[in-house]
Design a protein around this ligand. Structure first.
Ligand SMILES: *[C@@H]1O[C@H](CO)[C@@H](O)[C@H](O)[C@H]1NC(C)=O
Ligand SMILES: *[C@@H]1O[C@H](CO)[C@@H](O)[C@H](O)[C@H]1NC(C)=O
Ligand SMILES: *[C@@H]1O[C@H](CO)[C@@H](O)[C@H](O)[C@H]1NC(C)=O
Ligand SMILES: *[C@@H]1O[C@H](CO)[C@@H](O)[C@H](O)[C@H]1NC(C)=O
Ligand SMILES: *[C@@H]1O[C@H](CO)[C@@H](O)[C@H](O)[C@H]1NC(C)=O
Ligand SMILES: *[C@@H]1O[C@H](CO)[C@@H](O)[C@H](O)[C@H]1NC(C)=O
Ligand SMILES: *[C@@H]1O[C@H](CO)[C@@H](O)[C@H](O)[C@H]1NC(C)=O
Ligand SMILES: *[C@@H]1O[C@H](CO)[C@@H](O)[C@H](O)[C@H]1NC(C)=O
Ligand SMILES: *[C@@H]1O[C@H](CO)[C@@H](O)[C@H](O)[C@H]1NC(C)=O
Ligand SMILES: *[C@@H]1O[C@H](CO)[C@@H](O)[C@H](O)[C@H]1NC(C)=O
Ligand SMILES: *[C@@H]1O[C@H](CO)[C@@H](O)[C@H](O)[C@H]1NC(C)=O
Ligand SMILES: *[C@@H]1O[C@H](CO)[C@@H](O)[C@H](O)[C@H]1NC(C)=O
Length: 752
């Protein structure tokens, strides 16, 4: 009480007092590991009695315990918990906690919370997300999330990781130049939403508690969807479809306001409309960026911290909250109650992941649960499922190992190891490089053909050409790596770097056997020259296939696995880039602006979104399905007009209704029989698109509304059933941002 009065009255002196208090706040580092905060023995070590701390009373609800914990802290103790490296408060038995850990496609060592060493030397590194997305296999996405969270809990038990992971990245890929496309599930919001649901559930769900109260439901680990909001939600993206426990606000502004300081985005939309049960974290140093880069409102650090706290940003990755929140409160730029609210949000999540009480079923996880055979096989399987067959003239693939005495393996990625991981990776368990993978099938002659991916030294080409001359078949492994695309690194063109194209052309001319091109990249590469050249018999895209990538590629090339992946992004031609600047956000085409993504861009592309071949052939037959339906409207629902093309004669009398006016309970069904009419077992991704009625001006051409990956044995068939909500699947967004359900008829729908 005395101190509080002092804070109000003697301002300058108190800052001084606060500063000394800060240095006196030693980090609560503990010798030895602890399974849970609320362990009486731990408290004894601090000379405390746990019974005196209601926040450790497990018969009280989490919100009561969190409030009790926060209420016991002084302001300066409170603000020192608001950064990603929270100090802890020894006085009340609260240890330090490092919030920032990453698990984009395996436990990674970015952030402060995770590390690898002799004791924990690796964790399973799954394919990069864009390749996982290409599998279009929801159960795989969840299974990877489960494997990652098991390894994460094991690492936590070993003192090598936290429990709060800032993954997945579900931003929509709008521009093929974007350096972080590889981290995401691609350009379609529906696919990205389904990916997020499954990966987040794999990370978070504790078996048999999925239906428990959302405020207290236990979490295996806490996931975080990022980055909110660089991109608008013009579509029915999955953002409101999953129960993630954290959201990261992004560096950029949305309509002029930095995302992390925007109460409409954070308090109203994320916590309000989308009902976030969890915490909001800033991208790293995002508040500093507001002050020093955005120069938003000429903010002082205290202004920016105050705005962020009031907007509902709970945790700052960085140091700004810890350094300035106390002054911000004292200057009246935020209320201490804002700090309390944020801390309660944070501690409830830590309670749900068992930081305070432990989760007994995870306590036995340890080293034996890292890099298990099962997880390594899952990584290999994910890569095989994701690989996309883009071209296969005259069934050149699969290769028959019995007929190949000598294979040439050429290219900067022919012996790729760390390059196969992409970004946000940890230390893998092991590597299977392409050279390892192909060597398992027979004799291989290896030449890099380039000095590295940059490929700026021609002298490596000749030895590659020589190797190819004598080979029964040549596999060319080319593409990009982290030095070409990544965080903070957008591309200037969509071509293969340096002399890679020249390498391919020279090998084509010289080679004795067929040429098979394998591209490792996250984003699109314009390889039109290889697509149209008959001497390139086959092309595969392998993303960044993870630690088992080499084996997976070889298994596909030799037909041990029949590829079924589909491109989750459009592969544009390089000239697309000259049609629009990267900074333009608009999806819709206008005048000379070509529009973005398969939904709006109608020009020619190298390979379209959803493209992918198989070694077998599938045929679809439509079973009992709703081909049309009527919706009865009450008198209270007015018709909305829509702009139709001038030459269109089919405009219905009631062109559309506002979705907000309507219950949206109607469903429709599709029942599709997928027959495998070829000679090989295969995996088929059934993609269902909806197309708006013909003739509406400015609407999307089509959009994904459902997908399912199925295995169909040769000669066999599989029935695939879908059920759709009329508004979610057939709604469109008008120019004025109204969500509308149009009436009318679609022409020219087609089957694969
Ligand atoms: C507490 O830990 C953080 C991060 O490890 C470090 O930067 C800081 O200097 C430490 N503070 C004290 C008082 O030891
Ligand atoms: C824990 O809370 C319950 C419910 O309020 C109470 O009955 C019990 O006495 C508390 N335990 C301790 C050790 O304070
Ligand atoms: C989120 O959880 C709620 C309650 O358990 C459930 O109704 C909802 O379907 C869940 N959403 C997803 C996408 O799992
Ligand atoms: C495919 O095979 C047929 C029959 O052997 C041959 O005539 C044709 O030229 C081949 N096509 C290409 C592009 O190699
Ligand atoms: C392949 O890469 C591994 C790991 O970088 C390296 O140890 C090995 O020597 C390389 N093999 C060849 C033939 O260059
Ligand atoms: C590629 O190799 C060249 C020559 O050794 C080197 O200068 C360049 O930095 C390398 N590039 C990368 C991305 O490693
Ligand atoms: C290209 O690589 C060769 C072999 O490593 C080296 O001798 C030569 O200096 C390099 N040329 C350039 C321009 O870097
Ligand atoms: C593609 O879109 C542009 C811009 O809206 C339009 O002018 C053009 O007619 C469209 N082309 C085709 C083939 O539909
Ligand atoms: C493929 O399906 C279409 C109708 O969906 C049918 O007309 C055709 O005969 C089928 N082809 C084979 C080989 O089954
Ligand atoms: C109307 O014009 C558009 C764009 O020029 C064209 O694609 C479409 O086929 C025309 N429709 C009719 C019914 O003529
Ligand atoms: C679609 O067909 C099913 C089964 O015949 C029916 O129950 C449902 O009402 C239909 N949906 C609509 C929107 O008409
Ligand atoms: C989808 O992934 C699961 C999990 O790895 C796998 O068992 C299943 O075979 C896959 N489905 C298809 C059709 O590939």
């Amino acid at each position: 009480m005395a101190q509080k009065r002092c804070l109000l009255l003697i301002f300058v002196a108190c800052i001084f007092v606060a500063d000394t208090a800060r240095t006196a706040l030693a980090n609560v580092t503990e010798s030895g590991r602890f399974n849970r905060v609320c362990d009486p023995a731990r408290f004894v070590k601090f000379g405390l009695n746990m019974k005196e701390f209601p926040y450790c009373n497990s018969s009280l609800p989490y919100h009561v315990r969190a409030k009790n914990l926060v209420d016991q802290m002084t302001l300066s103790e409170k603000v020192s918990q608001l950064g990603d490296q929270a100090f802890g408060v020894a006085r009340i038995g609260l240890p330090q906690y490092k919030w920032w850990t990453e698990a984009l496609h395996g436990v990674a060592d970015g952030g402060h919370g995770t590390f690898f060493d002799d004791e924990v030397s690796g964790a399973t590194s799954f394919p990069i997300v864009i390749l996982n997305a290409a599998t279009f296999n929801e159960s795989l996405w969840k299974k990877i999330g489960q494997a990652v969270s098991t390894e994460a809990r094991a690492m936590y038990n070993l003192g090598h990781a936290g429990l709060t992971f800032w993954s997945p990245n579900i931003n929509i890929v709008r521009d093929p130049r974007w350096g972080r496309g590889l981290e995401t599930p691609g350009e379609d919001p529906y696919v990205a939403g389904m990916y997020a649901v499954n990966y987040v559930r794999g990370l978070q769900d504790v078996e048999e508690t999925e239906d428990a109260d959302l405020n207290s439901r236990p979490l295996k680990v806490s996931a975080c969807c990022k980055h909110y909001a660089a991109y608008d939600l013009e579509n029915w993206g999955g953002t409101d479809r999953f129960n993630v426990s954290s959201v990261m606000c992004s560096y950029n502004r949305v309509n002029g306001i930095p995302a992390c300081a925007d109460p409409k985005l954070l308090r109203d939309t994320i916590r309000g409309e989308l009902v976030l049960h969890g915490y909001v974290v800033s991208d790293c140093d995002a508040i500093e960026a507001m002050v020093n880069y955005h120069k938003y409102l000429e903010d002082t650090p205290e202004d920016a911290v105050g705005q962020s706290l009031k907007a509902g940003m709970d945790l700052n990755c960085g140091l700004y909250y810890e350094a300035y929140a106390e002054n911000a409160v004292m200057q009246g730029k935020a209320r201490e109650e804002d700090v309390d609210t944020s801390l309660r949000n944070l501690y409830i999540v830590l309670m749900r992941v068992g930081f305070f009480d432990g989760i007994p079923s995870y306590e036995s996880l340890d080293k034996k649960d890292l890099c298990t055979k099962e997880h390594i096989e899952l990584a290999a399987d994910a890569a095989r499922q994701g690989i996309v067959l883009l071209k296969n003239i005259n069934e050149t693939l699969p290769l028959d190992p019995a007929k190949l005495k000598n294979l040439a393996l050429i290219g900067p990625h022919a012996n790729a190891t760390i390059e196969m991981l992409g970004n946000y990776a940890g230390v893998p368990c092991q590597y299977s490089s392409p050279l390892d993978g192909f060597s398992a099938y027979g004799k291989v002659t290896y030449e890099m053909g380039c000095n590295n991916v940059t490929c700026d030294n021609k002298t490596f080409i000749m030895p590659a050409v020589e190797a190819s001359k004598n080979a029964d078949a040549t596999i060319l492994l080319v593409g990009l790596d982290k030095t070409v695309e990544g965080e903070g690194l957008d591309r200037n063109d969509l071509l293969l770097p340096g002399y890679q194209t020249e390498l391919i052309l020279q090998v084509i001319v010289a080679s004795k056997g067929p040429i098979i091109l394998v591209i490792m990249s996250g984003s699109a590469v314009d390889i039109s020259f290889a697509k149209t050249d008959d001497r390139v018999k086959a092309i595969l895209w392998a993303g960044y296939p993870g630690e088992e990538g080499g084996r997976a590629i070889a298994d596909v090339v030799y037909g041990k696995y029949n590829p079924g992946g589909r491109l989750p992004i459009t592969w544009y031609q390089n000239n697309y880039l000259s049609m629009l600047p990267m900074t333009s956000m608009s999806l819709r085409p206008v005048n000379n602006y070509p529009g973005r993504t398969y939904k709006f861009f109608n020009g020619s592309v190298v390979y379209p979104f959803g493209y992918g071949l198989s070694y077998t052939k599938f045929n679809y037959t439509l079973g009992s399905s709703n081909m049309s339906f009527n919706i009865k409207l009450g008198e209270d629902i007015p018709c909305r007009d829509m702009e139709y093309m001038a030459n269109n004669t089919g405009k219905p009398p009631c062109p559309a209704i506002l979705i907000a006016d309507f219950s949206c309970k109607d469903h429709f069904e599709l029942d599709i029989e997928v027959k495998n009419i070829g000679a090989k077992h295969g995996n088929e991704v059934v993609l269902v698109y909806s197309k708006p009625p013909t003739g509406i001006v400015g609407t999307h051409a089509k959009q994904v509304i459902g997908f399912k990956r199925v295995f169909v044995p040769a000669g066999g068939s599989q029935n695939v059933k879908f059920e759709f909500n009329v508004c979610k699947s057939l709604g469109i967004v008008g120019y004025n941002a109204y969500k509308l359900l149009p009436s009318g008829e679609t022409q020219n729908y087609n089957w694969r």
